[in-house]
Ligand binder design. Structure first.
Ligand SMILES: Nc1ncnc2c1ncn2[C@@H]1O[C@H](COP(=O)(O)OP(=O)(O)OP(=O)(O)O)[C@@H](O)[C@H]1O
Length: 343
């Protein structure tokens, strides 16, 4: 991966004052400030009183399952939609005002590339809208697309198109990029290359807000993680803080007793009707000690690590307080059924 500059101008701020866990903006320098934002589509509440501040130089991962509201939030920040309630600021201005979007790069979830244009022509075209774009050859090299410069975009693979889409978000040397699932459809090598490009951009002072379904992706890149589910921010913390919340162990055991209320059990499931139970706990050793000393009957004990993915699923599956105890998780709502675009 090239170490050549792809990021913001040398005058861009590079030392963020991060405030994980704090949402509404009190900072006049915030790149993004969403304050108590609600956005509905007909009867669907896509975002419910969401507040989020991103300071210069932060790399924030927005993590959540399908339909959580991630893309909707990015569309408000990029000025494509407006909130029904609350305010959104981009570089201190209204993102629907084009002047506020100078310095914004965006890779939407789906990108339409003109099929008959060559790769280099698309980069030239998009770069031509900016005062000091990254030279096309340099950008294509950085994204491993140099050999495809003369190929029509219609003849690119899905993964190659995705890389080009992310490259295009950086061509104008933005100060912030919004990346909506940047590595969807990429193989392992391409994903790593793209992560490198994002790290390089961030390392040079760029601000990044990226969405993903994948904890691994956010773990690989982000310093701060915002977990969103059903339009509600469930957690906003440093990466370490989030990982601590999801570091559960899984204890599989057979017992005639119901063990779901044993000390330290934060969640349990019955695996069959012969007493097999799956118990989630942050401290498996303590749970085993409790089982032994309490005299409760049990057998077939197994202890496994809960994968991060599993733990995250619990965190967003409705009762996040049991797992992660975020301070103030509002209740959940149903969110489906409308197709209205109430822009
Ligand atoms: N144009 C629209 N019309 C109607 N409903 C919409 C529209 N856009 C989004 N929604 C709904 O708003 C909710 C949030 O959608 P959004 O696309 O923001 O979620 P997401 O977290 O980005 O999901 P995914 O990870 O699947 O992309 C969903 O229930 C979705 O169906």
């Amino acid at each position: 991966m090239s170490s050549q500059r792809t990021g913001p101008s040398p005058t861009s701020p590079t030392s963020p004052s991060r405030r994980p866990g704090h949402a509404a903006s009190g900072s006049s320098t915030a790149v993004v400030a969403a304050d108590q934002v609600t956005r509905r589509f007909g009867s669907v509440v896509a975002l419910d009183d969401v507040s989020l501040t991103v300071e210069p130089g932060e790399l924030v991962g927005l993590l959540g399952p399908n339909g959580a509201g991630k893309s909707t939030l990015l569309s408000l920040i990029s000025g494509q939609r407006k909130p029904d309630a609350g305010t959104v600021r981009l570089f201190g201005g209204d993102p629907r005002d084009a002047r506020s979007r100078v310095g914004l790069g965006l890779t939407p979830q789906e990108t339409g590339l003109p099929a008959t244009l060559k790769v280099r022509e698309v980069v030239d075209f998009v770069g031509g809208h900016y005062p000091g774009p990254i030279p096309t050859a340099q950008l294509l090299d950085q994204f491993g697309l140099g050999e495809l410069a003369d190929r029509q975009t219609g003849a690119m693979s899905g993964g190659q198109k995705r890389r080009l889409a992310v490259a295009l978000s950086l061509v104008g040397r933005p100060r912030v990029v919004l990346l909506d699932e940047p590595t969807t459809g990429l193989d392992v090598g391409a994903r790593q290359a793209l992560w490198d490009a994002i790290r390089t951009y961030h390392g040079e002072g760029g601000t990044v807000l990226l969405t993903s379904h994948y904890l691994e992706e956010v773990q690989a890149l982000a310093e701060r993680v915002v977990v969103i589910d059903e339009g509600v921010v469930r957690a906003d913390d440093s990466l370490d803080g989030i990982l601590r919340r999801v570091s559960l162990r899984r204890v599989l055991v057979r017992s005639s007793a119901d063990l779901s209320a044993r000390p330290g059990v934060v969640r349990s499931e019955r695996r069959d009707d012969r007493g097999k139970q799956e118990l989630y706990t942050p401290d498996a050793d303590a749970l085993v000690r409790d089982l032994v000393t309490s005299g409760v009957d049990f057998r077939d004990l197994e202890i496994r690590g809960a994968s991060l993915e599993e733990a995250f699923e619990q965190m967003v599956a409705g009762d996040s307080r049991k797992v992660s105890a975020p301070a103030d998780s509002p209740g959940s709502r149903s969110a489906d059924s409308s197709t209205e675009d109430a822009r």
